[in-house]
Ligand binder design. Structure first.
Ligand code: CDP
Ligand code: MG
Length: 596
C-alpha cells in the first residue's frame, strides 16, 4: 500500500514555496476561476491572472529588446502574451514565433489561440511542426516546435521573417531551446549591426530559476506574473515503495472508489510500455468493480503516441466516467488538461544520459528533481483545490536534486549538433572498403530517426507475428535492413510491374493520379469556393498546400481534414477531362443524381 488509509497530516503549499506565489497582498488574485465550460473564451481570457497586468506588461515589453517572464503553468503566458503583442502592434512587420518543446503543445496552443481570436487555424494563427505546416502568408502568430525554428535558422540565421521570438518553456532546458538561445542572441546582434529590423526575444519559464536566462540576455529584466494556484494537499508515503507501478495502481483505485466521478486523475510515469501496461490493468480492474464505483476512461499520453491520439487527453470523459490520464513528463508543464483534481507522482522519469567514456547515450529511469516534483503537484490545483500523492517518502523528496540537469549537459555532442554520432560517421566512411556503403547508409538512416516501427498496443500480437518474418539471427541491424529491403521490394514493385520513368514530363504522372484518385476530386465554384465531386461537400484548400493561394479549376486531394472546416490536403492540379476519361460511367451517374 502506498499510504495508510488514514492520510498523514496535510502539507499545503505555502506562500513563498519555491514555485507557487500565492500573493497575500493581492487576495483578488486568489479567487477561484469560474467553471471552465460554463464561460465563453472571451470571459476566460479576462479571468486569467495575466489579464490584470496586460497594459503594464505591454508597456514594459515595448521598451525592451529582451525580457524574461515567469509565471506558473496556466497563468496565461503562452496563449496571451503573443496576442497582447500583436494587439498592441508590437512586431507587426513580421511574424511572432512561439517555440514549444513538444509538438502536441504547439498544435493545441495554436488551435486555442485561433479560437480565442475567432480565426481559422492557418490564417492569422498557425503552427509548424515536423511534417505539418499549417501557416499561410497571413500568419502572424506562429506556434512551432523548437526543432522547427532551429531548422529554419539553418537557412536563415538572422531569422528575418520574425520580429519577435518567444522561447517558451525555457525551464525545460531542451537541447533545441538551449541551442536556440545562442541562435537568437546572434541573430539579434547581427540585425542591429546591419541596421535590419530589430528582433525582440522573450523567454518564458514556469519556474523561478531564471537568473541564468536573464544574464545570458544582457541582464534583461525579469517580469513576474502572479498565478492563481489553488491549495494543494501533498501526501507522502510512510515507507519507501519498491514497486512504484503497483503503488500507482493501488492509489488510482483508492481514489476511484472514494472521489466523485468528475474528479479526474493524472498519473506521472516514465514511458510507453509501462503506461500501456498500466492502462490495460486499470481497464480490466475497473470492469470488475461494483457498480457503485462508476466507469473509468483511461487515456495514455507519451511522445511516440500518434499525434491524433495525443490530443485525446483534452477530451472530457463521458458523463459519469472518471478520466485517468497516464502520462510521461509531457503533462508536467507544456499542456493544461482541465478537470484534473488528483495527481499521482511516481517520482520517476526516463532521461537520456551520455557517457563520454563509451560514447554511448543511455536512456534510463531515474528520480525526478524537486523542481519537477513541484510542477507535477501543481497540475492538481489548476481549477480548484486538489491533492497530490507522491509515491515516495518525505525524506526521499528531501534528497532529490533541486533542478534537472539540462539536456545539453546530458546528451552526446552529436545529438546536440544533429549529426550522426562519430561512431556512425566512421562506419559510413569505411563502408566502401567493405563494398557495402548502400547497406550501411540504409542502416544508419533507419537508426537516426526515433523508430521506423509503430507498435499499436491493441495489435501487439499481430505486429509481432508479422515482424517475425524479418528477424535476423544476426541482430537488430540486420533485421532493420531486412525490413527495409522487403519494403523496397514491395512498395517498389508489388506485381512485377514495368518500371518506367516519365523523366521530366510530369503530365502523365498527374494523369495517372487522376485515374486513381478520381473520387477525390473537387471543382472550383463561381463564388470561389470548392465542392467535392463525390459528396458535394464544401471543401477548402488546406493552408499547407502550395496551391493555397491559387484557384485552380479542378484538383485532386489525397486527404480530407476536418477541423473548423473541411480541408483538402496534398493537392494535385488536374484537367477535368482526365477525370471523365478515367471514370465516364461514375461521372454520368453523379450528373444524373444531381439532376434528379
Ligand atoms: O503558458 P501558461 O502555462 O502560463 O498558460 P496558457 O497555456 O496560456 O493557458 C492559459 C489558460 O488557457 C489555461 O489555464 C486554460 O484555461 C486555457 N487553455 C485552454 O483552455 N486550452 C488550451 N489548449 C490552452 C490553454
Ligand atoms: Mg505555457
Amino acid at each position: 500500500m502506498p499510504r495508510d488509509p488514514d492520510p498523514p497530516p496535510a502539507k499545503r503549499f505555502k506562500p513563498g514555496s519555491p514555485f507557487f506565489r500565492l500573493d497575500k497582498k493581492k487576495p483578488g488574485m486568489l479567487l477561484p476561476r469560474a467553471g471552465h465550460a460554463a464561460v465563453g473564451v472571451d470571459t476566460q481570457r479576462k479571468q486569467l491572472p495575466i489579464y490584470q497586468s496586460r497594459t503594464q506588461l505591454i508597456n514594459q515589453i515595448r521598451q525592451l529588446h529582451n525580457a524574461v517572464f515567469i509565471g506558473e503553468t496556466g497563468s496565461g503566458k503562452t496563449t496571451q502574451i503573443p496576442q497582447y503583442l500583436y494587439e498592441a502592434g508590437i512586431g507587426r512587420q513580421g511574424i511572432i514565433g512561439i517555440t514549444q518543446p513538444r509538438r502536441v503543445a504547439a498544435i493545441s496552443l495554436a488551435a486555442r489561440v485561433a479560437e480565442e481570436k475567432k480565426v481559422q487555424l492557418g490564417k492569422l494563427v498557425g503552427y509548424t511542426v515536423r511534417f505539418e505546416d499549417v501557416t499561410s502568408s497571413e500568419t502572424k502568430l506562429k506556434f512551432m516546435t523548437d526543432g522547427m525554428l532551429l531548422r529554419e535558422a539553418i537557412g536563415d540565421p538572422l531569422l528575418l521573417r520574425y520580429t519577435v521570438v518567444i522561447l517558451d518553456e525555457a525551464h525545460e532546458r531542451t537541447v533545441h531551446t538551449d541551442v536556440l538561445f545562442g541562435v537568437v542572441k546572434a541573430a539579434q546582434r547581427k540585425r542591429t549591426e546591419q541596421n535590419k529590423i530589430p528582433l525582440k526575444v522573450v523567454v518564458m519559464s514556469a519556474t523561478m530559476d531564471v537568473d541564468l536566462f536573464s544574464q545570458y540576455f544582457n541582464k534583461s529584466p525579469v517580469l513576474y506574473l502572479e498565478g492563481r494556484q489553488h491549495p494543494i494537499q501533498i501526501y507522502y508515503t510512510k515507507q519507501s515503495q519498491s514497486d512504484y507501478l503497483q503503488a500507482a495502481l493501488v492509489s488510482i483505485f483508492q481514489i476511484h472508489q472514494e472521489a466523485p466521478a468528475s474528479h479526474d486523475i493524472l498519473v506521472f510515469m516514465t514511458g510507453q510500455e509501462e503506461i500501456e501496461a498500466l492502462a490495460r490493468t486499470c481497464r480490466d480492474i475497473s470492469k470488475h468493480l461494483p457498480e457503485s464505483c462508476g466507469p473509468m476512461t483511461v487515456v495514455p499520453l507519451y511522445a511516440s503516441l500518434p499525434p491524433a491520439q495525443q490530443l485525446r487527453v483534452f477530451q472530457p470523459a463521458p458523463k459519469g466516467s472518471r478520466k485517468v490520464v497516464l502520462s510521461t513528463n509531457i503533462a508536467e508543464t507544456s499542456i493544461t488538461i482541465s478537470g484534473i483534481k488528483y495527481v499521482i507522482d511516481t517520482g520517476m522519469v526516463k532521461a537520456k544520459r551520455y557517457n563520454p567514456g563509451s560514447g554511448l547515450e543511455v536512456l534510463a529511469v531515474q528520480r525526478v528533481s524537486k523542481a519537477q516534483a513541484w510542477q507535477r503537484s501543481g497540475r492538481a490545483g489548476r481549477e480548484d483545490a486538489g491533492s497530490c500523492y507522491r509515491l515516495y517518502t518525505e525524506e526521499e523528496f528531501d534528497n532529490l536534486a533541486n533542478m534537472t540537469v539540462p539536456e545539453i549537459q546530458r546528451y552526446g555532442p552529436h545529438t546536440v549538433c544533429r549529426v550522426c554520432s562519430s561512431a556512425s560517421a566512421q562506419t559510413l566512411l569505411i563502408s566502401p572498403e567493405f563494398s557495402c556503403a548502400e547497406e550501411v547508409l540504409t542502416i544508419i538512416s533507419l537508426l537516426s530517426v526515433d523508430s521506423v516501427l509503430y507498435n499499436p498496443p491493441a495489435r501487439r500480437d499481430d505486429v509481432l507475428a508479422v515482424r517475425k518474418k524479418f528477424i535476423s539471427s544476426e541482430g537488430d541491424h540486420m533485421t532493420l535492413l531486412n525490413i527495409y529491403r522487403a519494403f523496397k521490394k514491395v512498395s517498389g514493385n508489388k506485381m512485377n510491374m514495368k518500371l518506367e520513368s516519365s523523366l521530366s514530363d510530369l503530365t502523365n504522372v498527374r494523369r495517372c493520379l487522376a485515374h486513381g484518385l478520381f473520387m477525390n476530386a473537387a471543382e472550383l465554384q463561381p463564388d470561389g469556393s470548392y465542392v467535392a465531386l463525390d459528396t458535394h461537400q464544401h471543401v477548402a484548400i488546406h493552408p499547407s498546400s502550395v496551391l493555397f493561394q491559387a484557384k485552380p479549376a479542378c484538383v485532386l486531394f489525397s486527404e480530407l481534414l476536418h477541423t473548423s472546416r473541411c480541408y483538402m490536403r496534398d493537392l494535385c492540379l488536374v484537367d477535368a477531362d482526365w477525370l471523365q476519361e478515367a471514370a465516364p460511367e461514375y461521372f454520368r451517374r453523379k450528373l444524373r443524381a444531381t439532376k434528379s
